[in-house]
Structures are given as structure tokens and as C-alpha cells.
Design a protein around this ligand. Sequence first.
Ligand SMILES: NC(=O)c1ccc[n+]([C@@H]2O[C@H](COP(=O)([O-])OP(=O)(O)OC[C@H]3O[C@@H](n4cnc5c(N)ncnc54)[C@H](O)[C@@H]3O)[C@@H](O)[C@H]2O)c1
Length: 324
Amino acid sequence: MTSGSPATVLITGAAGFLGSHLCEQFLAREWRVVAVDNLLTGVAANLDHLRCSRLKFMQHDVTEPFVVDDRVDLVLHFASPASPRDYLRHPIETLEVDSVGTANTLALANAHHARYVLASTSEVYGDPQVHPQPESYWGHVNTTGPRSVYDEAKRFAEALTMAHHRSNGLDARIVRIFNTYGPRMRADDGRVIPQFITYALSGAPLPVHGDGRQTRSFCFVDDLVDGIYRFATYDGLAGEVVNLGNPEEVSLLELIDTVAALVGRTLDLVHLPLPEDDPARRRPDIRKAGLVLGWTPHVPLREGLRRTIEWFATVEAGEPPVLA
Ligand SMILES: NC(=O)c1ccc[n+]([C@@H]2O[C@H](COP(=O)([O-])OP(=O)(O)OC[C@H]3O[C@@H](n4cnc5c(N)ncnc54)[C@H](O)[C@@H]3O)[C@@H](O)[C@H]2O)c1
């Protein structure tokens, strides 16, 4: 990476939820951004508010090889369906973007002598038998179950990334992201927070898989993007893997109570069967991120939910609601 002159970051999956927030973060810090997306699960409108001379959008499928004429200093490979609903709807595309797409973006980083950051996931830990999950945990994944199209694809992407680091000396890093939420998630992506919020705002009975006592840890997007920015720009982290997420663990029932309190409604629940291989518990061990990045999440769940509800309500109704 160069210092002094403005640097260029290439972000794949840029029109998605996390990609669009990353574009915003790097533009705010004076970077040039090459934003690549094929709009499989993202929407170009996520980048509308960022249009400027330092942002270049390329509509491209990263499973097809591509060249970039500008000098690229940093590659962030975030293209991949991410929600269970999306990757179960696009199983082959998911396996391809995390394998062939990872190979193509690694080739591009090698060609530009750029730093590389792979967006991996807590799903590489599967249904974990160690709790909370540190980076050293190898995981507990059903290799042939329906979720394997995502879990195993990311595990392969991690192996490929480390092979390029070891064989080619590429400065490659892997971030394992735990459930993150915030503005610009799609209402229909099937993840619990957008689903609970849109049902709560409409007043319709809320679908809950299982008894709702399974736990998750939710990180607000601003915290996550701060952690990714640090991980991508700090020197001396080649070959490192880091968990980023919020260790505050809540059950889905507690999450529903908080959403209900914020929208000021009592919510009726409809219990549905648990999806196959649904993890019972998930919580990141983020001690490494604290040590190497000085990072810890700051936004409490209630505050992050308040901002997210406000965004969904504004998008749907055109005006922000008055929240409790
Ligand atoms: N959001 C989370 O909580 C979370 C958790 C763990 C990991 N991640 C990882 O972070 C990344 C982004 O997730 P997200 O939540 O923003 O998902 P998203 O679906 O909102 O964004 C993914 C983007 O990738 C694009 N894309 C998919 N296939 C592509 C291809 N072949 N070529 C070009 N673009 C392609 C989609 O159109 C979309 O814009 C993913 O790699 C995901 O696995 C996210």
C-alpha cells in the first residue's frame, strides 16, 4: 500500500449491505473506490448517495476474469450471497463466487501487488461445539447439508486466500464476520432483524423459527465497518484471521421484545420449524480484535435497532417514525 497519494480500494459486492457501507467509509477517508457488483442480491441504489468523481461502479460478475486499468492498492472481496434465504436460492452462484470469484480477485490483487481482505463468516464455525468461538476453533460443519453451499464455500475461500499468502507472499487477511445489521439490509433477505422489523412495523404476526430461545450476537454495521477499516489498513497483519462481531448474546425472544418496545406494539408470534443445521448458539470471541486492532463494538443493541427501524420506516413510509 502506498502512503501520501490517495489510494484506491477495489470492493466486490459493493452494492450490497456491507459493501455499500464500506464504500461510504473509504470515500469518507479520501480513498478512490472501484465498486464491483453484478447486482445478484444487491441494488445499485445503495450507492446513489455516494456518487462522486472518486467512485467508479463496474457492473461485473467476479466469477468472470476482469482487469482494472487503475492502480489498485487494496482489494476487499465481499461479493457473495450472505443471508440463508439468498444462498439457498442461489446455491451454485454462492459456491462459484466464493471459489472462482475468490480466485479471480486474488489474481487481481497479485497482479497489482495489492493487499487483500477476504470477507469470511462465523458460519465457518458451523454449529459450534466451542463457545464463544475464537479464531483458533476449526468448526463443526455439515459438509453436505443445505447450508454447506455457503459454509464450505467460505472455508475453501479461506484456504485459497492462505495458499496465495504462503505461495505468493500476498499480504492477504481474513475477517470472520458475525451477524451484522443496520440500514440498507434488504427487507426480504430473510435475516431475522430486517424480518422482525418489517413485520413489527406492519403489525403482522411475526414468524419465529423454533422456540425463539436460540441465541445470536448482533453487531451494528458502523462498528463492523470501523473494525474492517482498521483490519484492512493497519500494517503487519499479513496472513492474519480475525473475528469481528458483537459478543452481546441475546435470544430471539429478547430481540423481539426490544423491537416491540421500540415500535410500541405487542407482537403476535407464529412459531415455525427450525431450519436444518441452524446453530443453537453463536457468539464471537473478539479478544484478538481488541489486541491487534484496539477494536471493540460501541453501539448497544437497542440503539442500533432504533437506527435500523428508523431507516426501514423511512424507506417504506417516506418519513421517520417516533420511536419509544
Ligand atoms: N452481513 C452479515 O452479517 C455477514 C456476516 C458474515 C459474513 N458476511 C459476508 O460479507 C459479505 C457481504 O455480505 P452482505 O450482508 O453485504 O450481503 P449482500 O447480499 O447484501 O451483498 C453481497 C453483494 O455481492 C454481490 N454479488 C454476489 N455475487 C456476485 C458476483 N458473482 N459478482 C459480483 N458481485 C456479486 C451481490 O449482488 C451483493 O450486492 C459476504 O461475503 C458475506 O458472506 C456478511
